[in-house]
Design a binder for this molecule. Sequence first.
Ligand SMILES: [Zn+2]
Length: 462
Amino acid sequence: MVSVVFSYDTEEYQVPWADEATKVWADLLTKHNLRGCFCIVGEKARVLRDRGRRDIIDALKEHEIDYHSNLHSVHPTHAEYLNELSWDDGVRRCLMEETTGISDLQDIMGQRPIAYCKPGSSWGPQVAYCMSILGLPIFTDAPVEFSPGQPMWFCNQICLKYHLSFEQSMDTKNRFEHMKKNFLKIYNSRTDGYLIMYSHPCRMMASDFGDGLNFKDGLNTPREQWIPVPQRPMAEVTAISEAIDLFLGFVANEKIPVVTYQEIHEKYKETDIWIPLETALNILQLVSHELTYHHSGSIYLSPAEIFGIAAFILDGYNHIQVLPATIPVRRPIGPTEDCISEAPTQVDLDTFLSCASQANQTVSSNHRVPSVIDLAGTQISPSDFLKTAALLIKNLHQFSEPIQTIIIEQAKSLPALAEREDFKNMRIGGWLMTPGFQADNVVAMAKRQTWTAKPAVPMNQR
Ligand SMILES: [Zn+2]
């Protein structure tokens, strides 16, 4: 059965009259006993507080509060600054700036956000990673999902795209019929997973986005010079809210399941697990053929998690000369820089094992797959290391006398998902950014983080 999420990018903070639309949406959902997910910009929460809109804050208490960045479109946006920084500097800056927004949101709304929604087209894998650190495990309006309506893990967040907007029906003749037709077209085409239907509450009252007027093409219009967004005529606002009322009534009457991001998290969250050696051997056998996520039974592991398992097993062997019987699954991020292996080589077992111990330490201490593995002065890539390690572990398991000379295997440097259309053709830019801006560095980092990607599997199927 398909579940629906109603998701609201609550961002227009430049004009006070647009605040009202958020209350109309919250009240309409409450009227039909439906819970919406309001992804609120930090600055929007602050202006609601400063404008004394306790009524709106109270109306939102019936719904889920989620996060939509601290300042939305103020430049430099995430993609703009991340493109100039290393992975670690990007993470540092993002944590610094976004912690303010999240904590203000929580203080003002009295709810801890669970999902993060990217502002416009601006994002980076470091933002996803930061949000997971800050306790927001869901990434909505994400640039990737496993398949239409099916969630996927990426950078330790559960990612889902947006699928349908209310906006596309707002300027049509028969708004309610248009909404219903568009909704049923997608809803009936899926058998399970999610349909995320979204809106920007302000668009009920405004005929455009304030961002387009004040932040387009890299422009940072000072607050005192903000151009107000054009207001819709009152009759139009009324007609739109009536159509939404009818649509929400239709969803409620049809008993279509409406869920929140919190419920999605409860269904898909992962707890710390450890796996038996047998399961690890099955998965390592698979990864020696292809660098991608793999599963054994219902346990799905990302390439980064598989790397952590291989390093743990070899570190154990290095110290006690037996393969450990159980292996913890750690959730490292992928390599943060590219590495092209130097000439294919061979090394003795002790050298390889001591490198494996170091790699294992990096996974434990730095929560990441190392970008480069130094084999006694020769650099090899983590993908070559993993393929070699997988074959070595198989050998150690099969034979009582360990092989003494290790031939370094060669593997593709990026996981197979990096070649999938969504990652392969990924672009970050658009009308908000300075003309010609392309976040190529951010895109390259996103492709590297396919090391963290795997389908999200519900807990009751694990
Ligand atoms: Zn937005």
